[in-house]
Design a protein around this ligand. Sequence first.
Ligand SMILES: [Zn+2]
Ligand SMILES: [Zn+2]
Length: 305
Amino acid sequence: MLVTFWGVRGSYPIARPDNVRYGGNSTCIEIQSPGEEPLIMDGGSGIRVLGANLLGSAFGTGSGRANILIGHTHWDHILGYPFFGPLYQKGNRFTFYSAGQSEADLPLILAGQHQELHFPVPFTELRAEMVFERISPGESFSVGSYRIRSVQLNHPGITLGYRIEHEGATLVIFTDTARIMAVQQGAGMAEAVAREGLEAFQQRFRESIVGAVTGADLLVHDSHFLEDEIAGKEHWGHSTPLDALALARDGGVRRLMLFHHAPEHSDEVVDRKLAYTREAAQGSGVQVSAAREGMAVEISGRTSC
Ligand SMILES: [Zn+2]
Ligand SMILES: [Zn+2]
């Protein structure tokens, strides 16, 4: 699997001289394997650049096929779709996998971005065929030869992480998730806490996410806040690099990719979070990197870059 990062920033896109090295586009990851249709996670502003790239292939002539995994529909993860060129090309086909949200299905959410008060091009102008597959948290399904399992994360609404397996390589992507010991903010979590008790629920949640990352060759994980920034903001729905490392370590993950960098963080700050996380990872067997726009990582049973 070749994993390419087209957008690595959380919350909103940015462009400042002090963050060009890691990049300012919001989340978008492309997964490629020989003989497989492209698999895309998230449509933040990074998907615009991916789209321009895809238009140079079958997507430019209307015979492209790709599959899109929706983690959740907060703006930083979907704002790029109206600017994703291949969606405007008749003949292309995109299959979206999403749990939707309890109050709205995915097509309604995507179409909402095209309301004329927000955007001049109506949703009906997207000429590509769009297929919407509804999946549930915890569901396993296949996309081509990829075996995929979703897991609910601790973030407002229904937010899914994905475990993606292909030919012995395993990639896990958790874009946005908060500390379960501090808050329980996913859809249905308050009810589960009331039913099971707080401690039992926290333990079950922890087991489910450790299970989802176990043995992964690469874990791409929310690392929005530095350790000294998260106090008082645990309910914002995010993790720190050391939270990500603790999960990677518990799951025996080979490589951790820090992701969803805060828009306020300069390249120098991301360098710093990478350095302290690497130091903390010494002896754990977890190799740590920080996602950078344009970076491509090849994973097989043995991780290499
Ligand atoms: Zn986000
Ligand atoms: Zn979010």
